[in-house]
Design a binder for this molecule. Structure first.
Ligand code: RTP
Ligand code: MG
Length: 138
């Protein structure tokens, strides 16, 4: 069964939206395989966002992601990688469609990096790599 690594980012966690994100995941029919509250280390974030190293938003992204605890969730279900990205909506909250997590709950904020509430793996390879970063024992 396919798995995906979801993060409720510091903005979502701080605003008490973890339950709302999990509600939408469960309502869609996906199963929770692991769940943890984690204060990310710089090393974890550098590994997680290795593909973005050197981009202009890389440092602000790591700073934003270091700003508080996140909820890390492994979900399971048929095509849940693509399915969760549909639930999440477009990367920029102001472009995400209503009905999506980012469209309903995300917002443009003062910093370089949008507060877009969630991360979801973008391929089976990314999912396997990211699950190893956040849940080394899985
Ligand atoms: P994610 O990885 O968080 O699920 O989001 P994504 O696939 O939709 O977006 P990605 O391109 O992987 O970018 C990762 C995160 O970096 C921030 N970002 N800011 N200012 C910008 O142009 C910019 N581009 C990306 C966002 O927080 C995005 O979720
Ligand atoms: Mg991404």
């Amino acid at each position: 069964m396919e798995r995906s690594l979801i993060l409720v980012k510091p903005d979502g966690f701080r605003r008490g939206l973890t339950g709302e994100v999990i509600r939408r995941i469960e309502a869609k029919g996906y199963t929770l395989a692991a769940l943890a509250v984690v204060t990310p280390t710089r090393d974890q974030l550098a590994a997680h966002y290795a593909e973005h190293e050197g981009k202009p938003f890389y440092e602000p992204l790591l700073e934003f992601m270091s700003s508080g605890p996140v909820a890390a969730v492994v979900i399971e279900g048929q095509e849940c990688i693509k399915g969760f990205r549909s639930l999440a909506g477009a990367t920029k909250p102001t472009e995400a469609a209503p009905g999506t997590i980012r469209g309903d709950l995300g917002r443009k904020w003062a910093g370089t990096v949008d507060e877009n509430i969630v991360h979801g793996s973008d391929s089976p390879e990314s999912a396997a790599r990211e699950i190893g970063i956040w849940f080394p024992s899985l």
